[in-house]
Write a protein that binds this ligand. Structure first.
Ligand code: QAP
Ligand code: CO
Length: 169
């Protein structure tokens, strides 16, 4: 049966690590994907990457269903590679690993992502707007990058200091 996993929060150092490619597409991989979807839905998130639950492998799940005007559809991306980007979009982002904080981030508005599905089959998806933002946000987690790292240097410094302090209060 699927289970809800614990979500790591900033400043956990596992969120800064580079994750490893998935090479085996077996039952344990499917169980992890299922557990991550359940964990994302439980916390009312719209995206969750494996390093956020302490698994340093290159995969994430997305379902925009909790966002106004977006359809419910579960996406699974394994070993994603973003290419052919264009345009810019500014979106107010949050993150399950940075609870209670949101800020505007500028990203590409249109992307192509090549990835593998849970059976290891190669897939390509063209994504726009919120889905493109979500894929870029989750893909960053696989390289140890948080949306806080996409803020201006001054804002990033102030916010990281405040968030790290709030943990130790
Ligand atoms: C990443 O973010 C994302 O602070 C997913 O108290 C962000 O699911 C993709 C959440 C923006 C696209 C656009 C955050 C829930 C969830 C919180 C999330 C909170 C409760 C964030
Ligand atoms: Co996140």
């Amino acid at each position: 049966m699927s289970k809800v996993l614990d979500i790591l929060t900033f400043p956990d150092e596992r969120l800064t690590q580079i994750s490893a490619e998935v090479e085996v597409f077996d039952k344990p991989l499917h169980a992890l994907l299922d557990d991550m979807a359940v964990t994302m839905y439980r916390s009312k998130g719209i995206g969750l990457a494996a390093p956020q639950v302490g698994k340093l492998v290159r995969l994430f799940v997305i379902d925009l269903g909790h966002t106004e005007g977006e359809e419910q559809k579960l996406y699974e991306f394994i070993n994603p590679k973003i290419s052919h980007t264009s345009g810019k979009i500014k979106y107010e982002e949050g993150c399950l690993s940075v609870p209670g904080y949101t800020e505007e981030v500028v990203r590409k508005a249109n992307i192509q992502v090549d990835y593998q599905d849970r059976n290891g089959k190669a897939q390509t998806l063209e994504a726009h707007d919120l889905l493109a933002v979500a894929i870029q946000h989750e893909n960053d987690h696989l390289d140890g990058i948080l949306f806080l790292d996409r803020l201006s240097p001054l804002k990033r410094k102030i916010v990281k200091k405040r968030l790290a302090k709030a943990v130790t209060l």
